[in-house]
Design a protein around this ligand. Structure first.
Ligand code: FE2
Ligand code: FE2
Length: 332
């Protein structure tokens, strides 16, 4: 489904409070990788709950959200896709003063997400028009999906690892092409979960459809993503790619160390320019994460010495022998 509105119409549709500046620019706050669990509880090396990380971000971003036209949540909303995770985060996001547009990450489960998350102010739309911009939300989890005989898709059991790289199903690419061909918007911002950067997508075949899409539609100005839990940016097919920190815990990819919850703010201009900044929340949660040690399995994963699939295939005993520490255990 596609929605085409301007800001005034969006406000009427959803109760949004966002307004454009006199020059036609507007703001977006991006949150990502909430990793909510079925019930509250801490996990492994992280001493705060996902709910606490999101609350810290929303408190710090309150003014930016109030002045924005929309909030975008770019996937890994739930850690293992349980209904309770979507129910609890939906209740929180529904209280925000502007509409929230969500998309799925490799950790999400599509059926549970669709059944439990949407609220009057929390949407799973595939596109929305704001001013002379189109926000195009892509499901880039093709490698974690498989088609049934009747052509519908369902999650593979190994979706979390299988969809670690971005990919579009033929149906999703066709849907995106239809939206892009029909829109009257001058500029397009593409949102997806796994950023099309070498760090995430060393296998070029995995995002060939996305590359063709971006090449074929010059109105695409920029790409926003999550998945890497950090302040990163790069380029794909000549377009800037911006990666958002996680509201749960982030990684300082420069130093290979842990960091606190964060978010991205954007200003989109009517001439197609994009300004963006990352902010990490101040306070005890971030200080605690900066004092914590990056677990060895994550350090090796980031360094490319092991893949997520290889980590997953290890027994608990093999994991402990390889990394010198046990697998993360949930504490509720
Ligand atoms: Fe994530
Ligand atoms: Fe992810």
């Amino acid at each position: 489904m596609m929605r085409e509105t301007n800001q005034v119409q969006a406000a009427q549709d959803t109760g949004a409070a966002g307004t454009a500046a006199a020059d036609g620019s507007f703001g977006i706050v991006q949150i990502s990788d909430l990793h909510f669990q079925d019930s509250p509880g801490t996990r492994g090396f992280i001493s705060h709950e996902p709910d606490e990380g999101l609350a810290a971000v929303l408190a710090d971003a309150g003014q930016a959200i109030a002045g924005a036209s929309l909030v975008v949540a770019t996937g890994d909303l739930a850690d293992t896709g349980e209904p309770g995770a979507y129910e609890r985060m939906g209740a929180v996001l529904d209280t925000l003063p502007v509409p929230v547009y969500c998309l799925a990450g490799n950790h999400d489960r599509q059926d549970e997400l669709q059944a439990c998350l949407p609220r009057p102010n929390v949407h799973l739309e595939s596109a929305v028009r704001v001013g002379n911009w189109l926000m195009l939300f892509l499901d880039s989890n093709a490698h974690g999906r498989e088609a049934d005989g009747d052509g519908t898709y369902r999650d593979r059991d190994d979706r979390v690892h299988a969809a670690a790289q971005p990919g579009l199903t033929p149906a999703e690419e066709a849907r995106a092409r239809g939206v892009l061909a029909a829109t009257g918007a001058e500029h397009v911002f593409v949102w997806l979960h796994q950023p099309p950067l070498l760090r995430t997508a060393p296998d070029v075949d995995s995002y060939r459809g996305l590359a063709a899409l971006v090449r074929d539609f010059p109105a695409i100005r920029a790409i926003g993503a999550g998945h890497l839990h950090g302040d990163l940016s790069g380029e794909f097919e000549g377009r800037p790619v911006y990666v958002c920190p996680s509201t749960y815990y982030s990684i300082d990819h420069t130093n290979g160390s842990l960091d606190g919850p964060g978010y991205r703010t954007y200003t989109l201009h009517p001439d197609g320019r994009v300004d963006t900044e990352v902010r990490t929340v101040p306070g005890g949660i971030t200080e605690g994460m900066r004092r914590a040690r990056l677990p060895r399995h994550l350090a090796e994963l980031l360094a490319g010495r092991i893949t997520g699939d290889e980590i997953e295939a290890l027994s608990d005993a093999e994991f402990e022998e390889r990394f010198g520490e046990p697998r993360a255990i949930r504490r509720s």
